[in-house]
Ligand binder design. Structure first.
Ligand code: 26Y
Length: 820
């Protein structure tokens, strides 16, 4: 199909016309996209089968990455590039009068995630395939992804994201691989010849049907698998032909409740039923995944006593940590292992990544709920806790407080992070500073017990997606200068340092950025009717909207710049376009108020003729992977301004850096390592340090009101929030105001305001010196190779999972069987 241009054209046209029964010219863009995607999926199927054979033949150790989120983004362009057939397809389609770029726009982003954690999972899959690592993944095929964000009168409105409406061309339904997951019911014990047997009865069964999505390696014929579970009903207990009305109602209730399990990503868990659904989702994911992977292992003749030698299971944050008791259940109840042996196997198999220190995200579930929904799993959790606490007691007799703080079950709740730590052999943070905070503060007691478990794996990003695929102009320029070696070895990007003083290269770099900015400008014009000037500084703050990420600090600064221009209309100012994008969780009132404020300031600024194009504020709706791919290549400035200590790592910071944007940021998360890579003169640092913030949290001593009195600029930007200056948003802006003043500014927005203003002043000055700026930009790109997720994944593979690339893995030690 993809041998040469002519055969591709012929195959494409034939399929398109025969499938849709129309002539080429009558087909829609979507039909064309879909045909091409299906051709690509079929094309990779041979490599897909071969990859599985190869893994089987070598008996290589595998990793299974379990995550509630996968933000895959669009796949067509990325896969065509990975397969080395992008140009062939583009040219072939062009001959047929079709633009491949336009077809790419037809692909819908599966919104199966909410933020960095989900995109990290996708970049990790990309790297595992590129590095020929036997790594597969499990997730949930939510029928509705994260909501689609619409802005109405400056307010976020959530619209359901039914992404499957037109089908998803990359997935293959594998009903033959379905498994059953059980909820509720009763467990009774029986002692036979001294051994305890557990019987689970009266449960409700849900069918987990997997959909396979291929993960295509970069020009290496490796295709790994992402398996997404869909929850379906099993009607075997109902006699459809003779249903009484009561049974019919019961059946429909059952159908509704099972299908709800994979209905939505993060159903609101403020209500009881929402919490139940979340727990059900989590158990559904891990039970289906573990049953599946154990089945596969046994089918290959694997010996469960050697499980940790052959399989590593990674849990992405605590959301899948019920996998730990589920593994115990399978090993003990189904496979007949005793507690000690099952526990050792489990701990040796599991590893866990922590992505946050925010209390709100450290999951805790009510014991009675788990007990009711998952009676056998609860018994196991209880036993894990008993044994863990007994061990602690032996080491620290009488230290009730310590044991209480560390227990897996306490105060009527199961603490998922504690379960994950106790049940894993490795616990990692996602940046150096974050890991230090885990070790020294948040998880210090656990670190004291088992220091060897704790390690750092600084996040990374796929340079194939975030540079090669998302920024073709820059990729071409780089390859023309230093060759294409950086694609296989991203550290090779540092060869760009050789041209740091090459003016014509720096000019070219500036031209590429300018082109990308023009492209984004026309997108903004098309979508929002607002012209933005590609000569202005494009300053981007794009991520989930959250108090700690401090979009509020950014917008208050913009408002300050505006008010200053009003006071001094002829003031010289480098034209500046502030770009925002991000979703607020539907029940997160405060974050929604920030979105409203951004819009109110944008309206004010964008319409005011005094500003004379020196200032523009744009909020781009419905942030997601595809929108990030549009914005990042066009950005000059990357806003990474979280309250120090609160951002575990950030990965947007790395994506911007790789595309030549300069960071304005706090010493938080991976910003610290970016600073290390580029040097202090190539980054605009400001604000409190993490230790200072943590010190304030521990001991107090910060008075927001004092700043309000001392620094005129603060009332200048805050008073209008409550004075009726803005025509709408009255309640929202009062809430923001009070969080800063009455609640003493828990995220230190006002405390960092002054130093943020000066960082921006330094930045503006630097931008005026074009040579200096271009050099700074080049340094970002040149040093970004260390943030490739390939490097990160190599470390996970070597230090946590102990898996090797398929080329290096040992001799054949398993019989070959056909399997997929
Ligand atoms: C509790 C539940 C509702 C929940 C759902 C999603 C909790 C957390 C999350 C998502 C967290 C997330 O995306 N965290 C981000 O992970 C990135 C990858 O490690 C980090 O770079 C980033 O700092 C962190 O905020």
């Amino acid at each position: 199909m993809f041998r040469d241009k002519e055969s591709f054209k012929q195959a494409f046209q034939e399929r398109l016309e025969s499938f849709y029964g129309k002539s080429l010219t009558e087909t829609t863009q979507l039909e064309r996209y879909s045909t091409l995607a299906n051709m690509v999926r079929e094309h990779v199927s041979t490599d897909w089968i071969q990859t599985n054979r190869l893994y089987k033949k070598t008996g290589a150790k595998k990793v299974y990455y379990i995550s509630m989120e996968f933000l895959m983004g669009r796949l067509l362009r990325s896969y065509l590039i990975h397969l080395g057939i992008y140009d062939l397809c583009a040219e072939g389609l062009e001959d047929l009068g079709i633009s491949l770029r336009a077809l790419e726009e037809e692909e819908r982003d599966p919104g199966l995630g909410s933020g960095g954690l989900g995109r990290l999972a996708a970049d990790f899959l990309d790297s595992m395939a590129a590095l020929k690592l036997p790594g597969h993944a499990y997730g949930i095929r939510y029928r509705n992804g994260l909501f689609e964000q619409k802005i109405v009168d400056g307010y976020q409105v959530e619209v359901p994201d039914y992404w499957l409406q037109e089908g998803y061309d990359w997935e293959v339904r594998r009903f033959d691989r379905s498994v059953e997951v059980h909820f509720g019911g009763k467990v009774w014990m029986e002692k036979v010849r001294g051994r305890l047997f557990f019987h689970h009865e009266g449960y409700e069964s849900v069918l987990a049907v997997p959909y396979y999505v291929p993960i295509v390696g970069y020009r290496n014929k490796i295709v790994n698998t992402l398996r997404l579970w869909s929850a379906e009903s099993i009607f075997k207990e109902f006699n459809i032909n003779a249903l009484s009305e009561r049974d019919y109602t019961r059946m429909m209730d059952y159908k509704r409740s099972t299908e709800a399990i994979s209905g939505f990503l993060y159903p609101a868990d403020s209500t009881l039923s929402g919490k139940i659904l979340r727990i059900k989702q989590q158990y559904f994911l891990v039970s289906a995944s573990l049953q599946d992977l154990i089945k596969r292992y046994k089918r290959m003749g694997g010996d469960l006593r050697r499980l940790p030698e052959k399989i590593a299971i990674h849990i992405n944050d605590t959301h899948p940590s019920l996998a730990i008791p589920e593994m115990m259940r399978i090993l003990m109840d189904e496979e007949g292992f005793g507690w000690e042996e099952a526990w050792n196997l489990t701990v040796q198999t599991f590893s866990y990544t922590n992505h946050t220190i925010l209390a709100e995200a450290l999951e805790k579930w009510p014991i009675d709920m788990i007990q009711k929904l998952l009676p056998r799993i609860y018994m196991i959790i209880h036993e894990i806790n008993e044994r863990f606490c007994q061990d602690l007691w032996k080491k620290h007799p009488g230290d009730w407080d310590r044991i209480h703080q560390m227990a897996v079950e306490a105060d009527g709740q199961v603490k998922m992070a504690h379960l994950a730590i106790v049940g894993s052999h490795s616990v990692n943070g996602v940046s150096e500073i974050h890991t230090d905070i885990l070790k020294e503060k948040v998880m210090n007691l656990f670190y004291q017990e088992t220091p060897q478990k704790f390690n750092n794996k600084t996040n990374g990003i796929s340079h194939r997606r975030w540079l090669l695929t998302a920024n073709p102009r820059l990729s071409r320029l780089i390859s023309e200068q230093i060759g294409g070696g950086w694609i296989e070895n991203p550290l090779g990007l540092n060869r760009l340092l050789d041209v740091l003083d090459n003016c014509s290269f720096l000019d070219e770099l500036q031209k590429v950025k300018r082109k990308n900015k023009e492209e984004l400008s026309s997108y903004v014009k098309r979508k929002y009717g607002i012209p933005i000037d590609p000569a202005s500084i494009f300053d981007a703050h794009i991520k989930r909207i959250h108090a700690y990420k401090r979009q509020l600090l950014n917008i208050l600064h913009v408002f300050y710049l505006y008010l200053r221009l009003k006071e001094e209309p002829n003031r010289e100012m480098v034209p500046h376009t502030f770009l925002f994008a991000g979703k607020a969780a539907p029940n997160y009132y405060y974050a929604k108020a920030i979105i409203k404020l951004i819009h109110s300031v944008a309206d004010l600024v964008n319409r005011d003729p005094t500003v004379k194009d020196r200032l523009k504020v744009i909020f781009l709706e419905n942030y997601g992977v595809t929108l990030a791919e549009r914005i990042i290549p066009a950005a000059d400035v990357s806003e990474q301004i979280s309250t120090a200590s609160q951002e575990a790592s950030g990965t947007g910071n790395m994506k911007f850096m790789m595309n030549g944007a300069i960071t304005i940021g706090t010493l938080d998360g991976a910003n610290v390592e970016i600073l290390e890579a580029v040097g202090e003169e190539n980054l605009f640092l400001f604000g409190l340090k993490a230790e200072e913030v943590l010190e304030y949290y521990a001991r107090g001593g910060y008075q927001a009101r004092e700043l309000y009195r001392k620094d005129d600029r603060i009332p200048m930007v805050l008073e209008p929030l409550v004075s009726g200056f803005f025509h709408s948003g009255y309640e929202e802006f009062h809430a923001l105001y009070h969080s800063l003043i009455t609640d003493n500014d828990p995220f230190f927005v006002l405390k960092d305001f002054d130093s943020y203003v000066s960082a921006h002043e330094r930045l503006e000055k630097a931008y005026l010196d074009r040579d200096r700026w271009n050099r700074m930009s080049l340094i970002q790109i040149a040093q970004s190779g260390r943030f490739s997720s390939d490097g990160t994944i190599r470390k996970y593979a070597d230090e946590i999972w102990e898996i090797r690339s398929i080329e290096e893995s040992g001799q054949i030690d398993q019989p070959t069987r056909s399997d997929s």
